[in-house]
Design a protein around this ligand. Structure first.
Ligand code: MSP
Length: 667
């Protein structure tokens, strides 16, 4: 690196999701929360690494693939793409995506395991017990029939020679860790749960499987595969370059925050720190276990058949509406109910009638009464109501930041929405529409509108981590050209709105909806998602579709393509890392492009216009899901998008005027 980034780092992760089915609202929950934290931390001046990914090994994956008659690799390729497409659709700004079938990951797992083995923490022995293939959990160490405590299914009898990890040897060190670092496990009641469990005694655990074939081979003993949780947990290291890109790994590790659901707390709070201790690697700072989203009174879960999907919600009322509802309605850490009906009620009351309406009516008055320019507040016309409003909004900045910092999203939003109500009340009592009728009240009118607009600016900035898309739109409507996500919340204070700023074009960001109509649309779209796809490898109802097809898209007219056809083309922002001429071909360059989670070799016919030096560092648009092909014997894996200008068809590379992160999807 040529110059060091002076910002402090913050590394956070979601669990990596089993790639045996498509994500539902429950699986999206952790990711939406993580995205909110990532955005908040960026707005606090941190250099944030945000990892998510897919967990692609284990018996549950192999069985799901066998059920639909395809290979495990095909299944996970398909489902991992569905996860990524959903995260893109929901506007998730992850910076790293790890797949446990990637070669980088394999190297990292071997490294961690060998370090533990070489330090004497792994041994071979005979195992007999009950194992749940669905949750990859050792249920008991006896052959007596037992049900899995997580999913309730009968656990299967397993007896074989295995490698064991000396978990029992770490009991004291773990207890010491929980004592010395009380925030290692949050919330506190989860910490107590783990303390009690560890206190009651730890047994060594088997970390290899002979019967399972779909997994990472054990180093030097390929008859065994590595236990899927050892494999999966290591993704938190491999995702940021462990054993591969040491600079990056050292920059971000240890993670500040692992966000997880409460059912996987033992793996994270006991096994994971012990695996790291055994390999003498630093420990993460905090593991936060949230509750479950319940749907029809039970954990939302594919196997129970009680799931809601995020796409229909995003396509009807927007991804921000889903985020807002989940963050506001569920007290983070506790279980919470999910219902489409309650979501739409919140949408209409808090978003359409609340923030959306407040922004729209204030900016419309500025357009009408002030020729579309932010007016100035005059000191003479500023009185008690203004001081009270500015004081309240300053208080909101403090409270919202404190609550976000504490991961109390519901409280942060409550505080921000109480400011929305306050501004609403201020407008109702100051009646700018009446002031506008009397030219003698001009200074007063402008003062009132300035105060309302400045309050909205602050509200919008504070709400940005939770509602990224809508707040950015309002920001633009307020004539703000800076990137809202780059604004520093810790430097936010009253008075930042510049009088004279020309406001942008106005449009309602949260149009009011008719609940019954939207509910019906959502139901149709959900059905569409669950329909078997008419492809040779079609999955039966309820299993993943071949591609993330937008549900209920209208059939395309002749000569046109539907949005679903367009979405099949996966275009991403890439950055050229190196380029060289292809020997014997005047027009071709061999270019290595970073597309976010992998490096692609692409052969591009642009050598007549671009020299290799001109390309290095440049951001380009890459079509990522083209069949690989060979050009002059050199493999090309994707395409760089360029305009071909008449009359000679010379290429001009497509790009961006604004800065855009590598890996971002175009759509
Ligand atoms: N692959 C493991 C995690 C390995 S992490 C090293 C796994 N995957 S999972 O797909 O079954 O679940 C992952 C996470 O999804 C849960 O921990 C939780 O964060 C989230 N959720 C899945 N269903 C959920 C609800 N109904 N409610 C809330 N979160 C839920 O476990």
């Amino acid at each position: 690196m040529s110059h060091a980034d002076p910002r402090p780092t913050f590394y956070l992760t979601t669990p990596i999701y089993y790639a045996n089915a498509r994500p539902h609202v429950g699986s999206a929950y952790t990711t939406l929360v993580a995205d909110t934290v990532a955005r908040f931390k960026r707005m606090q001046g941190y250099d944030v690494a945000f990892l998510t990914g897919t967990d692609e090994h284990g018996e549950n994956i192999a069985r799901a693939a066998a059920k639909v008659g395809i290979s495990p690799k095909e299944l996970v390729d398909r489902n991992s793409a569905i996860f990524r497409a959903l995260w893109d659709e929901l506007g998730i700004g992850y910076t790293h995506f790890i797949r446990t079938t990637s070669s980088d990951h394999l190297r990292a797992v071997r490294r961690l395991l060998l370090r533990a083995r070489d330090a004497g923490h792994v041994y071979k022995s005979f195992y007999q017990g009950r194992y749940c293939v669905h949750d990859n959990l050792y249920v008991t160490d006896s052959s007596e029939p037992a049900d899995c405590p997580l999913c309730g299914r009968p656990a299967e009898l397993v007896s074989e020679e295995n490698y064991f990890f000396k978990l029992s040897a770490f009991q004291d060190r773990l207890m010491k860790l929980y004592e010395e670092q009380p925030d290692f496990i949050r919330p506190p009641f989860r910490r107590n749960e783990i303390l009690r469990w560890v206190e009651s005694g730890l047994r060594d655990i088997s970390v290899s499987r002979k019967t399972v074939k779909w997994g990472l081979p054990w180093p030097d003993d390929p008859e065994h595969v590595i236990y899927v949780w050892y494999d999966a947990l290591t993704s938190y290291l491999s995702g940021i370059g462990y054993g591969d890109d040491e600079l990056q790994w050292e920059k971000y590790w240890p993670a500040q925050l692992h966000l997880i659901g409460k059912e996987i707390i033992r793996f994270h709070c006991v096994y994971w720190p012990a695996f790291l201790m055994a390999a003498e690697e630093p420990l993460p700072k905090c593991i936060f276990a949230h509750g479950w989203l319940l749907f029809e009174q039970q954990k939302m879960s594919k196997s129970k058949g009680n799931v809601a999907y995020p796409e229909p919600i995003a396509r009807t009322v927007g991804a921000d509406a889903l985020r807002y509802y989940l963050l506001r309605e569920v007290s983070f850490g506790q279980d919470g109910n999910f219902s489409h009906d309650a979501l739409l009620t919140r949408y209409n009351s808090d978003l359409a009638n609340g923030l959306g309406n407040l922004a729209n009516r204030t900016l419309s008055m500025i357009e009408r009464y002030c020729a579309g320019e932010i007016p100035a507040a005059s000191p003479q016309a500023t009185g008690e109501p203004e001081k009270a409003l500015a004081g309240a909004v300053a208080g909101t900045i403090r409270t919202a930041i404190e609550q976000y910092e504490d991961l109390s999203f519901s409280r942060a939003l409550e505080a921000i929405w109480s400011a929305v109500a306050q501004v609403d009340g201020y407008l109702t009592s100051q009646r700018p529409w009446t002031l506008a009728e009397d030219p003698a009240q001009r200074a007063r009118l402008e003062t009132v509108l300035y105060h309302a607009a400045e309050s909205i600016r602050i509200i919008v900035a504070l709400a940005h981590p939770s509602l990224p898309e809508a707040t950015a739109k309002i920001w633009g409507q307020m004539g703000q050209f800076s990137r809202l996500g780059e604004l520093r919340l810790d430097q936010l204070s009253w008075g930042g709105l510049r009088p004279g700023t020309k406001i942008g074009e106005l449009a309602a960001v949260f149009p009011r909806v008719e609940k019954s109509e939207v509910l019906e649309k959502i139901a149709i779209m959900e059905e569409e998602i669950l329909k078997p796809k008419q492809t040779p490898a079609a999955a039966p109802s309820g299993t993943p579709a071949a591609a993330p097809a937008p549900a209920a898209a209208a059939p395309a007219k002749p000569g046109k393509i539907g949005i679903d056809d367009f979405l099949k083309v996966e275009m991403r922002v890439g950055q050229v890392k190196s380029a060289e001429k292809v020997v014997g071909a005047d027009k071709l360059l061999k270019v290595m492009v970073d597309i976010g989670d992998e490096m692609r070799q692409i052969v591009a016919g642009i050598a007549t216009v671009y020299s290799p030096e001109q390309l290095v560092g440049r951001k380009v648009i890459v079509v990522c899901n083209l069949e690989p092909r060979k050009l002059r014997g050199v493999e090309s894996n994707g395409m760089i998008v360029a305009a071909s200008a008449a009359p000679d068809g010379q290429p001009t590379l497509a790009g961006f005027l604004e800065d855009v992160p590598v890996g971002a999807r175009l759509k």
